[in-house]
Ligand binder design. Structure first.
Ligand SMILES: C[S@@+](CC[C@H](N)C(=O)[O-])C[C@H]1O[C@@H](n2cnc3c(N)ncnc32)[C@H](O)[C@@H]1O
Length: 294
């Protein structure tokens, strides 16, 4: 590693990948068992590795050496269930698993032993926030800790963001993050099931964010019930088979809209990130409008 000092501070240049660095420390270990990279959330590094002769504590110590800002190293075993809860264990360092992650001018506080922040969605969070126009009313149906609500409120000037979250632990941090980013006058955290709470808002939304996968379509009737009479933009997230694109998903989504009495016009779609060997995370952005309320 080398350091360059300039007028903006110190820029650290890393010459090697985490795995390359670890290979030199764990010469007797099969390199494919070592973590390729770490997920860095605030002061915490999360790593996945195989057991094959690796001493977890030594590995954690080496990870801290590689990433100078990291104080805690957790082994990530998986992320499970509808609430997307991580299974982690401390392998080295400070046992405090609550941290503040900074991104594009906003901050997320979370407890990484209970909740997850997907770093692969970082660009999509920024892109979504930048698409919000001043004065819009946004409904974030699967708000988590505020992954979309907070960037929208900090970067753009919506008049209101209704942020709905069903998991009490995530809701706790959603409220904390609203205060931490000074957007309490814009973001209204709501605890409960978005399929019930969204229709109760009435026809208020200019934009609806459906940042979930594994059954997002089940919440589409609720989303449509909240769009303004003049229509709204919906950001619909889901997983698709790798390489298949959005076509099959868009067919299902647009057909359900039509069936429920709404026109659906595609604005664009993107692959947000690779999710697994067989699946990709996509987002479809479309304009929906009631064919009854005109
Ligand atoms: C995969 S996380 C995504 C969070 C954020 N939207 C993002 O894209 O980064 C999905 C979140 O939706 C919440 N959730 C799941 N079902 C829900 C429901 N029916 N109503 C409200 N929130 C729900 C989960 O608790 C979790 O926090």
């Amino acid at each position: 590693m080398s350091k360059i000092r300039g007028t903006q501070g110190v820029l650290t240049l890393r010459r090697t990948s985490l795995r390359e660095f670890l290979k030199s420390r764990f010469a007797d270990v099969d390199p494919s068992a070592l973590p390729k990279k770490a997920k860095i959330i605030g002061h915490i590094a999360l790593v996945r590795f195989q057991d094959k002769g690796i001493n977890p504590e030594e590995l954690g110590k080496a990870v801290v050496e590689f990433y100078p800002t990291v104080k805690t190293v957790l082994r990530l075993r998986g992320i499970v269930g509808k609430l997307r809860q991580p299974i982690v264990e401390l392998i080295y360092g400070d046992p405090n698993t609550e941290t503040i992650h900074k991104e594009h001018g906003y901050k997320f506080m979370l407890d990484v032993s209970k909740l997850m922040l997907c770093l692969g969605n970082s660009y999509e969070r920024l892109r979504t926030a930048k698409s919000v126009r001043p004065g819009e009313v946004v409904v974030d149906m699967f708000a988590g800790i505020g992954q979309f609500s907070i960037p929208c409120a900090v970067i753009s000037k919506p008049s209101k963001v209704y942020a709905i979250e069903i998991n009490e632990e995530a809701y706790k941090y959603l409220k904390i993050n609203t205060a931490l980013n000074n957007v309490e006058h814009i973001v209204e955290p709501m605890l409960g099931d978005c399929r019930e709470l969204t229709p109760a808002l009435g026809r208020v939304a200019d934009r609806i964010i459906m940042g979930y996968f594994g059954g997002t379509i089940e919440a589409l009737p609720a989303a449509l019930s909240a769009i303004k009479p003049e229509g709204a933009t919906i950001h619909f997230h889901e997983l698709v088979r790798r390489g298949t694109g959005k076509d099959e998903l868009w067919k299902k989504v647009s057909e359900l809209c039509l069936h429920l009495g709404y026109s659906a016009t595609l604005i664009n779609s993107r692959i947000v990130k690779s999710y697994s060997a067989t699946r990709e995370h996509v987002v479809i952005e479309f304009k929906a409008r009631s064919m009854v309320y005109r």
